[in-house]
Design a protein around this ligand. Sequence first.
Ligand SMILES: [Zn+2]
Length: 162
Amino acid sequence: MPAATDPSPDGLTQSGSTAPPDLVLAAWKPLRPAFAGLRDALTAAEQRLNNAHEETSMDPWRRVAAAAGDQQAGLSALNGLLATVLSGLRLIHHDDGECRVALVPHAHVQPGELAAAQALALLVEAGGWTRVGRCTHRGCSRVFTDITSGGNRRTCPVHQRG
Ligand SMILES: [Zn+2]
């Protein structure tokens, strides 16, 4: 008799899939990365989020951008983005001679796109969806990522000063 399964132990659902989250990943504790280490990839993510309006409505970055400020929609959109860009996991030989787990993008994914999506997911994992915001400056609606220690930014980098 198999043990009873909880279809959504953490409250997250995988849109379009009835498969439960992988147990190894579900048990993984967030690494609490130094956000500064994500800066370059998050800058690339911001560029994709803010250029998404020029793309087609099927652009998964556009869905993520549209969900800024809405955690439930945001997690669904981010999971959709990850499904679009991530092909799978592979073990690779790293330059230091050690074996490492690597995320492998789909063939159509542009260079840096998977890293940008991954950084966004790591930021949200460690800091919550409130780390993805929309600028409150009058006339500006840019989406930004917040890597401040307090996590209380309200404006994009352009309107951060003055
Ligand atoms: Zn702004």
